[in-house]
Design a binder for this molecule. Structure first.
Ligand SMILES: Nc1ncnc2c1ncn2[C@@H]1O[C@H](COP(=O)(O)OP(=O)(O)OP(=O)(O)O)[C@@H](O)[C@H]1O
Ligand SMILES: Nc1nc2c(c(=O)[nH]1)N=C(CO)CN2
Ligand SMILES: [Mg+2]
Length: 213
């Protein structure tokens, strides 16, 4: 999705969730300042991984593990949303791509993402107004990654569309022309989530509908 199409949706999300755009922009500048040229992956490398392939996008709903165990994972390129990467790693599958804002369920989830990056996963690290501490702490430990923002993209800070980790995975799969996209580990009606997460899941559902999969 281009930024002109994304911007009004983004403004509506900020309003609904009470987040501010200046914080997102500051975080994007912080992440941009951490790019060295050596620690970035090119978009063509990411495209080679996704283009023309069947993609399985993994959200981190509680049922993810059970769903994965019933799926022939070898048939897919896997794009994992943040904490979903740890669930995949625990069953022995390193996801090809991870979208993360580095605020999954636990520090251990982030350690698994760093491990997956060492194993060759392409990690898309997302900057927003509420993860600057995580960016400062963990970004230096990722060998190679792609930097993203939900605000206006610039230089090597990209915006492929989407807001939370799960729906951004879907937008990445669409942007890089996956052959088809299947979702697993998404439960938009999960009663166990807190009110903010409930709103994020409402937006995730809406955004995934908009993405046209
Ligand atoms: N029931 C669910 N509980 C949690 N995540 C879900 C659920 N259903 C779908 N997802 C998707 O899985 C993604 C990864 O979830 P996870 O909780 O690991 O990351 P998160 O960083 O805490 O999520 P967020 O930052 O979006 O709150 C979410 O962004 C969401 O889109
Ligand atoms: N400012 C801000 N932006 C976000 C936040 C958040 O908590 N704050 N959480 C997200 C979920 O992945 C995505 N974007
Ligand atoms: Mg997250």
């Amino acid at each position: 999705m281009d930024f002109a199409t994304w911007e009004p949706i983004y403004e509506e999300i900020l309003e609904d969730l009470g987040f501010d755009r200046e914080g997102d922009e500051e975080a994007a500048r912080l992440l941009s300042g951490m790019l060295t040229g050596k620690n970035t992956v090119s978009l063509s490398e990411l495209k080679d991984v996704i283009s023309g392939k069947p993609v399985l996008v993994c959200g981190n709903a509680p049922g993810l593990r059970a769903e994965l165990l019933k799926t022939d994972l070898s048939a897919f390129v896997i794009i994992a949303a943040d904490g979903a990467a740890a669930v995949l790693t625990a069953i022995g599958r390193v996801p090809e791509v991870i979208c993360t804002d580095l605020d999954g369920n636990s520090e251990d989830d982030i350690e698994k993402e760093i491990f997956d990056c060492e194993q060759g996963s392409i990690v898309l690290i997302h900057a927003h107004g509420d993860n600057m501490d995580k960016l400062e702490k963990y970004v230096p430990r990722f060998r190679r990654f792609i930097a993203t923002t939900q605000a206006k993209p610039f230089d090597k800070i990209f915006n492929f569309g989407g807001f939370s980790d799960g729906d951004r995975c879907v937008f990445v799969a669409r942007y890089f022309e996956a052959k088809c996209i299947r979702l697993t580990g998404f439960d938009f009606e999960d009663p166990l989530v807190n009110p903010v997460k409930k709103k994020k899941l409402k937006w995730a559902r809406k955004l995934i509908e908009i993405s046209g999969i």
